[in-house]
Design a protein around this ligand. Structure first.
Ligand code: SF4
Ligand code: SF4
Length: 505
């Protein structure tokens, strides 16, 4: 066993990737990610110590969510970049120790080794990377609970980073993340304590999704019902994927008037629903479908592709030189767009110049798909929806949010969507929607039978909608609503979505 990772549903034989990740992660990258998590735990312990003295932890907080985001599935395959982040962790620990000591406090004795271990050379880091990770905890129950907690915190980290990028912060969320990470280093922690932390993680999952919802909607307006073009134009284009709306914003601003069009792919599709993005004439629509079709679809797109976050399939062949990464995403050999400096913007000029030399995208399909049913839009349609439920025109809602996957068995969701009665409606968020959002399922009195709230984090909208319906129907229990759940589980981030948005399932 040269690695061990079981953080996503794609894991080998449903039990763990031990030689190479099914996702394409090599053993040395997987191990280096383990080392990054290990060091991040050390930073968290020291941040908790500093926080207990009311000292500033904001730089460490940012480091913690950035580092965890890098380790989620299909985000970053660049070992060199991960090692850089580990080294940054050494500096964060040193700065925290200085802050604590300068304030006249002593560092406690006997702290976990993640607070002081240092590998100066690549070889030292690689050796250590092989010895840390999931299997450090011997007891299987404790191990499972610690990993469940860690994956939930990784989900929080991803959403916290998106919100941070838009200027929305919440110190209580960062404090929980660090408290939870410290808990995973304790050998004396009981399973009951860990279960309590997992439940608390769900609560902070709600908080971070609410924070991100606020950040997105206050910055870009409330998503609205939109017909999204899935055809192509005649200009060269840039394809943008991932979940970061700030990157989308800056790319649209910088491409305006250049003769280069912008298209979304996979989880960036919901950007089409935001008023502030819809105003751009060169924002053509969505190209292709979910993440696992990248090889074929990126190849045929012809222009540069920007991955702002997960989910990146390791690129091979001709289109690899057209892949750019930014933020948490990374792949060795692909150009990485650096972070913003001093309140400025990211610089996407290299992609724009690249696009100008490319031909227009090849047409995959024509027509449009409908989406944009986040909570504000759904609340506006509440009377129509409630009327349809009361009249019997809508008998049931199926929540089918989640990730899409590449296994043949995932056809199940397409078959399910085709098979459910015509007086039922699907509520969705995340890229699972691509399994049925292009089927001709029609509408019920103008309400589409697939109601797409947006990205995975917009599952929060589905929870708000269910609560609103409970209020309108004057129910004392949300489980009395005519809603059934058929969730498409997949990624690390879905652990936090599952434990927050659907606490009643
Ligand atoms: S992220 Fe998933 S597929 Fe990749 S190594 Fe881990 S468990 Fe395996
Ligand atoms: S919904 Fe899941 S699989 Fe799809 S892009 Fe987002 S994280 Fe990846």
């Amino acid at each position: 066993m040269s690695m061990f990772c079981y953080q996503c549903q794609e894991t080998m034989k449903g039990s763990g990737c031990t030689v190479k990740g099914v996702c394409g992660k090599t053993d040395d990258v997987a191990n280096m990610q383990d080392l990054l998590v290990f060091i991040t735990k050390g930073v968290s312990i020291l941040a908790n110590e500093a926080r207990s003295h009311d000292l500033d932890t904001i730089s460490a907080d940012k480091y913690v969510f950035e580092s965890l985001f890098i380790t989620i599935t299909n985000a970053n395959f660049d070992k060199g970049k991960i090692m850089e982040k580990v080294r940054e962790g050494y500096l964060q620990r040193k700065a925290l120790i200085k802050t604590i000591q300068d304030a006249g406090f002593k560092i406690q004795e006997g702290l976990h080794s993640s607070t002081y271990w240092i590998g100066q050379t690549n070889e030292e880091m690689e050796k250590k990377a092989e010895s840390v990770g999931v299997m450090e905890t011997g007891d299987v129950d404790a191990r499972s609970l610690k990993e469940l907690l860690t994956y939930g915190i990784k989900g929080i980290a991803a959403y916290a980073e998106h919100a941070w990028n838009l200027g929305y912060k919440d110190a209580t969320i960062y404090a929980f993340m660090e408290k939870g990470l410290e808990a995973t280093t304790r050998n004396d922690i009981t399973n009951d304590e860990l279960i309590e932390l997992v439940m608390e993680c769900g609560k902070f999952g709600v908080n971070v999704m609410a924070l991100l919802d606020k950040a997105n909607t206050e910055t870009y307006g409330h998503p609205e019902m939109t017909q999204v073009n899935i055809g192509v134009g005649s200009n060269p284009g840039i394809l943008i994927s991932g979940h970061d709306l700030k990157d989308m914003d800056e790319l649209l601003q910088q491409t305006e008037g250049t003769g280069v069009d912008v298209y979304t792919h996979s989880e960036m599709l919901p950007a089409n629903y935001y008023p502030k993005f819809k105003k751009y004439k060169h924002f053509v629509g969505n190209y292709g479908s979910s993440w696992w079709k990248q090889k074929e679809e990126f190849d045929r797109f012809n222009g540069p592709v920007l991955l702002t976050t997960n989910c990146l399939v390791p690129p091979k062949g001709q289109y690899k030189e057209r892949i750019y990464t930014t933020g948490a995403a990374g792949f060795e050999g692909c150009v990485h767009i650096p972070e913003r400096k001093n309140g400025g913007s990211k610089d996407f000029s290299i992609l724009i110049e690249h696009a100008k030399k490319c031909t227009a995208p090849e047409e995959l399909e024509t027509g449009s798909i409908t989406g944009g049913f986040a909570h504000n839009q759904l609340f506006q349609l509440a009377d129509t929806i409630v009327g349809a439920v009361k009249s019997g025109a809508i008998k049931k809602f199926f929540v089918m949010a989640g990730c899409d996957g590449r296994m043949k068995s995932r056809d199940y969701y397409t078959e399910f969507a085709k098979a459910i009665p015509e007086d039922t409606v699907i509520l969705t968020a995340g890229c699972a929607k691509y399994r049925y959002n292009k089927l001709a399922l029609g509408d019920i009195g103008g309400i589409p039978r697939v109601i797409d709230a947006g990205q995975c984090n917009d599952s929060y909208s589905l929870a708000l909608t269910a609560l609103k319906l409970k209020e309108i129907f004057e129910l004392n229990d949300i489980n009395k609503l005519p809603i059934a759940y058929n969730i498409a589980w997949w990624r690390v981030k879905k652990q936090i979505v599952a434990s927050t948005s659907f606490p009643w399932c």
